[in-house]
Design a protein around this ligand. Sequence first.
Ligand code: URA
Length: 190
Amino acid sequence: MFSSHSELETALLLCNKCKLCKDKNHGPTSFNGTSDSPLAIVGEGPGGVEDEYGVPLVGPSGQLLDKALASVGITRDKIYTSNTIKCRPLGNRTPTIEEGQFCANHWLDEELRFVQPKVIIALGSVALKYLYGPEKRITKDRGQWFTTKYDIPAIATYHPAYLLRLTGKELVKAKWEVYYDLKAAVEKCQ
Ligand code: URA
């Protein structure tokens, strides 16, 4: 238990609680944006750029996320952004459910206890499974409201890294779906 969000951040940056910290390149990544925002975005975990800079969603996925947020009239500085898992697994592999749970039990849960957002956006499958449960599937459950383990309403949408792999009609369809999910989240905060 921490007495403030900044005390939590100091401890997070020194974390070596699991074996991922031995694999990491630059250390645990923190969070960014405003901690009194009504809207929190929870991603998966750091990629190469985030690992280097120490903050979430600043690489190619983050840049696409910024464009999607701009389309619904909001900028990242008005939002709290964090990740389920704070260290980048070796080879940039997807973290396991157990790794996500272990890390988020220590950090994300504590962060959200301070931030108390009105709405959470789960970006992609890892965040969705952590915030709701392993039975959830991003392909089936995106765009649906659910109540997180913190009793905060959340909506899941596709991770921007997934969009970056799509082309043609599939990409256009997925972009519209993300647009409607983000719009719904922003409207629910008002
Ligand atoms: N993908 C995420 O989910 N989070 C990051 O910080 C970077 C890429």
